[in-house]
Structures are given as C-alpha cells and as structure tokens.
Write a protein that binds this ligand. Structure first.
Ligand SMILES: C[S@@+](CC[C@H](N)C(=O)[O-])C[C@H]1O[C@@H](n2cnc3c(N)ncnc32)[C@H](O)[C@@H]1O
Length: 231
C-alpha cells in the first residue's frame, strides 16, 4: 500500500520537474536573458510589461557568471570624485557598482528613456541609502546628461540606439576634457540583441572618436573604450 508520505514526495517530484521545464522554457525564450535572433539597431525590448519583469531579467543571479561586473568596473579605472553617465541604466545593475567606485565625492547619472527603470533606481537609492546617483529621463536621440562627465558607460543598450554616429557626435559635448566612452554589447551569435564589433568601430570612428582600449575578458560581449573626438 502507498503511504501518504510516498504520495506527497511523488507530488513534489512532479512539481520540481514542472518548475524545471518552465524555467528552461522561459530561459530559452529569453525572459531571463537577452534572448535569440534577429535585430541589432534601434530595437525596443518588451520588458515583460513591468519594471519588476525587467528587474528580474537584468538582475538575475546567473548574470554574474558571464557579466563579471566587478572586473568590468575595475577595468574602467574610476577614481573617487569622478562623474559617470550610465547610459541605458535599466534597473541599475551597473549604476550602484559605479557609484561605489566613484565614492561620495563622485556622481553617477543613471540615464534612461524609460521612466519605470528610473523609478526602480530611485527606489533602490533610497533603500541602499545611496546619495551619489541621480536618474535622468533621456530622449531617444540625446542622453541629456546634466553635467560634463569623465565617462559615458553603456551596457547592453548600444543596440537600442538609433543613428548612433550622430548620437555619439552629439554626446561628445557631455565629456570633460580627456573623457571616455565605454561600450559593452553582445557579440553576434550570442543573443538576439547584439552589435558587431566592426560596426561599433566604424560608427565611433565616423563620430570622430579614437579607440582607447579593447577588453577581451567578457565571454559574451565586446567591451570597447573610446577616447573623445579631437576638436
Ligand atoms: C537591456 S537594458 C540594459 C540595462 C542595463 N544597462 C543593464 O546592463 O542591466 C537597455 C536599457 O536601455 C534603455 N534605452 C533604450 N534606448 C535608450 C536611449 N535612446 N537612451 C537611453 N536609454 C535607452 C532601455 O530603456 C533599457 O532600460
């Protein structure tokens, strides 16, 4: 005779199997990662509709295993007091790490065209008692950074921008002398949303920037740093 104990462990087994299948399906369909093919310029993501959906997606723990956020921030060689614009900051995956790197005397502008993303960052700033992060509601063709910055840093957002050469020609006016632009975006073939490195290089060259550094340690993304156009 089957005991209630055996029945309940069978139920648990089924539940686990279903959860596993569901998680696998969601992952493959791109709900938790930047998912499979088709475009690379000026694309708008469907954020599962809500800030909460985007938060789950951008902050999922697995991201740490390929995004190497601490190594990325270290590679930027930020110093206390610096000002940084996190362009396309989303739910702040990098924003708060950058804020820590520049310290209380520095500033991070979290730049996004999506009000909900900015609201998420504002909420986290209060919760984390962080004073050096300021959200900015940008427009599609202009980051509207309120001050000159040492670095414009952008992760997984470059493929969203339209007419990127014009965008960064204009954005150069927000850089302090010696300022840099660092772009991280997916390589072709890794995910649906990507920018080919040769395209990145072409577009920044056309906008007048010089290539300062290429970091090769990210398994899924390019990580390029550009120096500001010479006047
Ligand atoms: C894939 S998310 C990346 C978020 C964050 N950088 C991260 O790595 O978790 C891209 C973000 O770029 C924002 N975005 C899209 N177009 C933009 C534009 N023209 N200016 C500023 N932000 C933009 C989107 O609203 C979204 O929050």
């Amino acid at each position: 005779m089957r005991t209630p104990h055996i029945l309940s462990s069978r139920k648990q087994l089924w539940r686990r199997a279903w959860a596993f299948l569901l998680f696998g399906t969601l992952t493959l369909s791109g709900c938790f990662v930047e998912g499979p093919p088709a475009h690379s310029v000026g694309h708008q993501h469907k954020h599962a509709g809500t800030e909460e959906g985007a938060h789950l997606r951008y902050q999922e723990p697995d991201r740490y295993t390929w995004q190497y956020p601490d190594k990325v921030v270290k590679a930027l060689k930020l110093e206390p007091g610096m000002k940084v614009a996190d362009l396309g900051s989303g739910t702040g995956y990098f924003t708060f790490r950058l804020a820590e790197a520049v310290g209380d005397s520095g500033k991070v502008y979290a730049i996004d065209i999506n009000k909900e993303m900015n609201a998420s960052i504002d909420k986290q700033s209060v919760e984390k008692q962080v004073d050096n992060v300021q959200t900015v509601l940008a427009v599609e063709h202009d980051p509207l950074i309120p001050d000159k910055v040492d670095l414009i840093f952008s992760v997984n957002a470059y493929h969203h921008l339209k007419d990127r050469t014009a965008y960064f020609q204009n954005a150069a006016r927000y850089l302090k002398p010696g300022g840099r632009v660092a772009i991280i975006d997916f390589r072709k073939g890794m995910f649906r949303h990507y920018t080919e490195q040769r395209v990145l290089l072409q577009e920044f060259k056309a906008a007048g920037y010089g290539l300062d550094k290429t970091h090769g340690f990210l398994p899924r993304q390019h990580f390029l740093v550009f120096s500001q156009p010479k006047k």
